[in-house]
Design a protein around this ligand. Structure first.
Ligand code: SAM
Length: 224
């Protein structure tokens, strides 16, 4: 099966089940106009995140890796009116574009963007005793996934859901000798996950307009 076919099927699915709307389309347009890389989730993946947040009944969400805020908007729309989402981003330009996208989507009151390296902003969240969060979406630099996962566990409760994106990396994840720090980060995370007794987890391969990759789904089953 070719990437061309995956992309065409993704377009078919997105048109029917995850169509754009003025705020989502404007977020993508503003991100592209500002020169942000087009590495946001696909529309049907955004819809999946939103459905997971709704299934979870999430009232508090923590996202690591904002970019222009496309996935953030999908997720925040799953929140009840009193719900809150915190998203962490290291790049000031990405943060500026994302904040404008949140305002345009009418979500500025529910989303807080914290600018800085996530390894700096995550301990602050713990110090402020924010959390536990109902749902986490980990989608920043892949080399640090093990650390982000560890922080997420610390900010979770029994029943929290942790979603980690890009854990297949075009199949490179099975190469133990990979020199790519992102691949090694994902491999370390998978090994940690396999030994972690406080969670139930799986990983799913995906194909589509974003190529061949996958995500991990982790349910916290004990009070960390
Ligand atoms: N979740 C976004 C979406 O689907 O719309 C895409 C996020 S993009 C894949 C990754 C983002 O993580 C980039 O905006 C990048 O600047 C940010 N990032 C990378 N390293 C980071 C770090 N150490 N701390 C915080 N953010 C980081």
């Amino acid at each position: 099966m070719s990437e061309q076919l995956w992309t065409a099927v993704d377009a078919y699915i997105c048109d029917l089940l995850a169509p754009g709307d003025p705020a989502l389309d404007a977020a993508l347009e503003a991100s592209a106009a500002a020169g942000l890389p087009s590495i946001q989730v696909a529309p049907n993946q955004g819809k999946l995140l939103q459905l997971l947040a709704r299934i979870q009944g999430a009232r508090s969400i923590l996202e690591i890796g904002t970019l222009g805020g496309y996935s953030t908007i999908w997720l925040a729309r799953a929140l009840p009116p009193e719900g809150r989402l915190i998203t962490l981003e290291a790049d000031p330009k990405h943060a500026e574009v994302a904040r404008a996208n949140f305002a345009r989507a009418g979500l500025a009151g529910q989303i807080e963007l914290r600018l800085g390296q996530a390894l700096d902003t995550l301990p602050q969240l713990s110090m402020e005793r924010l959390g536990p969060f109902d749902l986490f979406f980990i989608d920043a630099d892949k080399a640090n996934i093990p650390a982000y996962f560890n922080f997420a566990l610390g900010l979770s409760r029994r029943g929290s859901l942790i979603i980690v994106d890009n854990v297949v990396r075009n199949g490179a994840v099975i190469d133990p000798d990979s020199a790519d720090p992102d691949v090694q980060g994902v491999r370390r995370f998978n090994e940690i996950l396999s030994r972690e007794t406080r969670v139930a987890a799986t990983a799913i391969q995906t194909v589509g307009g974003k190529g061949y990759d996958g995500f991990a789904l982790v349910l916290v089953t004990a009070d960390p």
